[in-house]
Design a protein. Structure first.
Length: 324
């Protein structure tokens, strides 16, 4: 393995183009810089600098090596910052990914509770169109999203939180706005708006229900965010179909009406990396998510609180695995 110290010297020489300037920047003598370069040349078998008059020329090999070394050195610097966080009393970092449907109504309240109870915890919040399959490669510690299988179950621990149906969202002046329930066929001829990618499994579930009802939804507006969808719906020219949990985040000029059976349903769950699942901060976040789910189940018709059926066995606390 190449010595990080020598790689830092090389990167400095590449950046400055001068042994003397690098020595001044790093607090070394010029002879020490030259010795590092000589040693690195022997280790790599690459010519890194060439003499040019009273100075040097950096070779193409040196530039490539310095660029590649930059990624490793940046990662080591991040590790140093994590050590400093722990030394200064921080409990580490947790990355929480959350789906769009709970962004406005759950996450600000959750973040506030975490900050109050764990003021030294660095909580990174990442908005994602989260499925449980999606979290594995995303660098998350905890994810609230839709159940779509349990990947790498030996690395992740899952808790069911909610089961829900779907709602049609219409403008307040829409002819169906006063209904207690709407069949999908009743909005078959409407122009649709959705923030889901049309090729995603999220929208495909809705599309499959529509096809079972004898039509394909006519999506005319497909922005990347839910507030924009609501703006189009509020004009009266569009409708949208969304998970029930999102009904608490609506603007006053639109209404949410449950879809009448048969209609699709989905299950939300929270997933946590097993390596940190017994840490007090992680356990607190899981408990708060369950509490928020139970609260929404009481407020929104059609939501079923699954907390009682999702065991959460207490265990001795472990040190938080920092993720810089």
């Amino acid at each position: 393995m190449l010595d990080p110290g020598k790689l830092r010297v090389l990167r400095s020489v590449v950046e400055t183009g001068s042994i003397r300037a690098s020595a001044e920047a790093l607090g070394f003598t010029p002879s020490a810089i030259s010795q590092h370069l000589t040693s690195l040349r022997r280790e790599t078998g690459l010519e890194l600098v060439e003499r040019s008059g009273r100075g040097i020329l950096v070779t193409a090999h040196a530039r490539v090596l310095a660029a590649e070394a930059g990624h490793a050195l940046d990662a080591l610097a991040a590790l140093d910052r994590a050590v400093e966080d722990l030394r200064s009393g921080r409990t580490g970092t947790l990355r929480l990914g959350y789906a769009t449907s709970i962004a406005a109504s759950w996450v600000p309240e959750l973040a506030q509770q975490v900050r109050r109870s764990f003021p030294d915890l660095r909580l990174e919040l990442v908005l994602r169109d989260c499925s449980c399959e999606d979290l594995v490669e995303a660098g998350m510690d905890i994810v609230v999203g839709e159940e779509a299988g349990d990947p790498r179950t030996e690395e992740w621990e899952g808790h069911d939180i909610l089961e829900e149906g779907y709602i049609a969202i219409l403008s307040a002046g829409h002819p169906l706005a006063g209904r207690s329930a709407v069949h999908l066929q009743e909005i078959a001829d409407e122009a649709w708006a959705t923030d889901d990618p049309l090729e995603s499994f999220w929208f495909d579930r809705i599309g499959a229900a529509c096809r079972a009802a004898g039509f394909s939804p006519r999506v005319e507006v497909n922005p990347g965010d839910f507030p924009t969808v609501l703006g189009f719906v509020a004009t009266g020219d569009y409708v949208t179909v969304q998970p029930s949990v999102i009904a608490s985040d609506l603007r006053p000029d639109v209404v949410a009406i449950p879809l009448a059976p048969p209609a699709p349903r989905r299950r939300l769950r929270v997933q946590v990396r097993r390596a940190i699942s017994r840490n007090p901060a992680a356990q607190f976040i899981i408990e708060q998510i369950h509490a928020l789910a139970a609260k929404r189940a009481r407020e929104i018709p059609g939501l079923v609180d699954l907390s009682a059926a999702s065991p959460r066995d207490p265990a001795p606390a472990a040190e938080l695995d920092p993720v810089p």
